[in-house]
Design a protein around this ligand. Structure first.
Ligand code: ZN
Length: 166
């Protein structure tokens, strides 16, 4: 296993549509392992293959420790409700945006053994599923963020909120 280099905003590969995965190969298995390791090392809750420079429809998501989802050729088949909240991306370092997403989604995909799986999620998992699947179509959350803050701005805002509450 190895850490992969995470591509950052401005890299054209992040704006391209990723291709369907037709079969699991030793190379793809290694990619899945490396993506999981890279996501965990970066303290992310999800990572899509284009973010490590591979245009394949493959994402890994781990919103809660030990609940790893490996999703190949994923598709959202249901979406309900709405949530507006903070969102960040390992490809957009140092920034956080406010993004509205469905509060609940259902995704159909294949797992790392190319077996059909269904993942249903609310709140953070729903947000992560939408965010990672957007990467496969070449979209970053910055395109749909209502507001975009630097981490410094966010810290100042939170400090002010704390003052108001005091
Ligand atoms: Zn992202």
């Amino acid at each position: 296993m190895a850490l992969r280099n995470i591509r950052e905003i401005g890299d054209p590969i992040l704006n391209q549509r990723a291709k369907e995965v037709r079969e699991m190969t030793p190379n793809l298995r290694a990619l899945v392992e490396d993506m999981v390791e890279t996501m965990r090392h970066a303290n992310g809750v999800g990572l899509a293959a284009p973010q490590v420079g591979v245009l394949k429809r493959l994402v890994v998501i781990e919103c809660e420790e030990g609940e790893l989802h490996v999703l190949i050729n994923p598709e959202i088949v249901e979406r309900d409700g709405e949530q507006t909240g903070y969102e960040g991306c390992l490809s957009v370092p140092g920034k956080t945006g406010i993004v509205t997403r469905p509060n609940h989604v259902k995704v159909k995909a294949l797992n790392e053994n190319m077996e059909p799986v269904t993942v249903e999620g609310e709140e953070l998992l729903a947000r992560a599923l939408c965010h990672e699947l957007d990467h496969l179509d070449g979209h970053l959350y910055t395109e749909m963020a209502e507001e975009l803050y630097t981490n410094e701005e966010l810290e100042e805002m939170q400090a002010e909120e704390d003052e108001d509450e005091a």
